[in-house]
Structures are given as structure tokens and as C-alpha cells.
Design a binder for this molecule. Structure first.
Ligand code: RB5
Length: 142
């Protein structure tokens, strides 16, 4: 289980970030919102970098990144060696990203996902553990 959840988005992911934040508050998760804080255009690599640094500094933390598609912000986060960001569009992907890939960051597309599905993906990601075993060697090779 993660002990802290960092949230970060660009303008295209802002609205979904706010909805996920409400879900985290309602369910008593410990979180920190790193921005952005409005629909004013910003550059997603800046927000991926901000969150990636926080994950490095805080043991056993996770992050959820949001942009329009989830593609750009996950690409940017995955440039950092300690980040394994998974762009998920289904509950199954969220589950496997944790069980098999030990993903430590979830990336979502605010212009792609329905809110209900996005929240189901978040829930699955947060409650699923890495299975280790045969998957550990593969993850170590990344
Ligand atoms: C912003 O318009 C959009 O390009 C960005 O949010 C993201 O979808 C990039 O991958």
C-alpha cells in the first residue's frame, strides 16, 4: 500500500485531477496536489518533472498524472529512471500495471476517459500490489 499520493496535471487533465482529488478526500487517502490549478495552458513536462521529483524524495509514495490523452505526461515522467508510469485506459491495465510492472505512477487522459471509468482505474491501481516473483527480474531489467 502506498502511504502518499501525489497528483499533477496540465490544463487538459485539470478537471479530471479535481474529480480524482474529491475521490481521494472522500476515501481518506493522504495526497498532495502539485498543480496545475486552472484551465490556463501549461506544459505537461513541467508537471511530470515536479511529480517525479516528489516520488524520489518520499519512500513508498505514488503519483497520478493527467493530461489530455495521458500520453505526453507519461512519456515525460518515464524519462526519469525511478519512474514506471503506466498509461491506463481500462481497469485490467491498471491491475496488470501494478501486479506485473510494479508501476509507481498512473497516467490518465482527461480528454479520453469517462469520469466513472477513470475512478475505477484509480481505485484498482491503488488497491493492487506488485506480485513480485517472476516479474521482479523483468522489472529490474527496465
Ligand atoms: C494539451 O493540449 C495536450 O496536448 C496534452 O494535454 C496531452 O494530451 C499531450 O500528450
Amino acid at each position: 500500500m502506498f502511504n502518499k499520493i501525489f497528483l499533477s496535471s496540465d490544463h487538459a487533465g485539470f478537471e479530471l485531477k479535481e474529480k480524482v482529488k474529491s475521490f481521494l478526500i472522500d476515501n481518506n487517502f493522504v495526497y498532495e496536489d502539485l498543480g496545475c490549478s486552472s484551465l490556463e495552458p501549461v506544459d505537461y513536462p513541467d508537471f511530470a518533472k515536479l511529480l517525479s521529483k516528489k516520488i524520489k524524495d518520499k519512500n513508498n509514495s505514488t503519483g497520478i498524472l493527467f493530461c489530455g490523452t495521458g500520453i505526453g505526461i507519461s512519456m515525460a515522467a518515464n524519462r526519469f529512471q525511478h519512474i514506471r508510469a503506466a498509461l491506463c485506459t481500462s481497469v485490467e491495465m491498471a491491475s496488470k500495471s501494478r501486479k506485473h510492472n510494479d508501476a509507481n505512477v498512473l497516467a490518465l487522459g482527461g480528454r479520453i476517459l469517462e469520469d466513472k471509468l477513470a475512478l475505477e482505474i484509480v481505485k484498482e491501481f491503488l488497491q493492487t500490489d506488485f506480485e513480485a516473483g517472476r516479474h521482479s527480474l523483468r522489472v529490474d531489467k527496465i
